[in-house]
Design a protein around this ligand. Structure first.
Ligand SMILES: [Zn+2]
Length: 275
């Protein structure tokens, strides 16, 4: 058989392989189905109190389920590389994120993640570090610095003050977005490649500021994502917590397995209805 006959066959085979491997195009426009599973935790506690808490027992069960099903945990850098370098996401991969920087991260989450060699990304609010005033205890600057040198963990900004970025002046927006990027880069000596928008609140001006500051991606809260073809800057995450179906393991599995198509039950308690 002549080589010319083989070329289309090889190209077709290559395309099939790449598409089944979750190949991403490298452009600014992505669909939800282009992303691997992204989990959003807040605090881990012995017994959950607030809607966004997850108990240690449930957290361990969730990590064990991911490990048993051969999910590979990604660092935020590996995640961003796949978005920007035309490299494929591993077929079964998950980005584990935590917002706000509560001290349950150090007390409970970090030991369990280390035990299993699992990676995670912590989005930290600059002005809340070491703060206990709101009734929540936050990680201190020193603890965050120590976490940042562990190759399993990444520290990324969750702004300076946790302001709703859609409700502040242009100068404040610039400070919250670019100021927190610089602060955490100076603190950890690593690049702030992504940001999580407080309350998942964003609009065109916010995303423009995020891009201008040099971020490569930003994360939404829960299902509020994929803003106007700017999927890379509004990546949906699975909202973990008792708010999400009473920590029902079945619902967790369903959310992970159906991340690309959104299982309705996972968000009904929070949003009422998705219809
Ligand atoms: Zn937050």
């Amino acid at each position: 058989m002549k080589i010319r006959v083989w070329i289309p066959l090889v190209i077709t085979l290559l395309m099939v392989c790449l598409s089944s491997y979750g190949f991403c195009s490298g452009t600014d426009k992505f669909k939800r189905s282009d992303f691997p599973v992204v989990l959003m935790y807040h605090d881990i506690k012995e017994t959950e109190i607030n809607g966004f808490d997850v108990s240690v027992k449930d957290f361990c069960q969730q990590l064990d389920w991911l490990a048993a099903h051969e999910y590979k945990t990604l660092s935020v850098h590996e995640f961003v590389e796949c978005l920007t370098q035309n490299t494929p996401f591993p077929k079964k991969s998950v980005l584990i994120t935590f917002d706000d920087g509560y001290d349950g991260i150090n007390t409970y989450a970090v030991p369990e993640l280390r035990k299993r060699g699992m990676k995670a990304t912590f989005f930290i609010i600059k002005n809340r570090m070491g703060n206990k005033l709101t009734g929540y205890s936050y990680l201190t600057e020193q603890q965050i610095k120590e976490l940042s040198v562990d190759p399993l963990f990444s520290i990324q900004p969750h702004t300076l003050t946790h302001a709703d970025l859609t409700k502040i002046s242009a100068e404040q927006l610039q400070d919250e977005v670019a100021g927190s990027k610089k602060f955490f880069e100076d603190l950890t000596g690593t690049q702030s490649e992504t940001i999580a928008c407080p309350y998942g609140s964003y609009n065109k001006s916010v995303l423009d500021a995020v891009k201008r500051a040099g971020y490569k991606a930003s994360f939404a809260v829960s299902d509020q994502g994929l803003y106007d073809h700017e999927a890379r800057f509004s990546i949906p995450r699975i909202y973990m917590g008792i708010i999400m179906g009473k920590n029902n393991m079945e619902l967790f599995k369903k959310s992970v397995l159906n991340y690309k198509s959104i299982p309705k039950e996972a968000f009904v308690e929070r949003f009422g209805s998705l219809d």
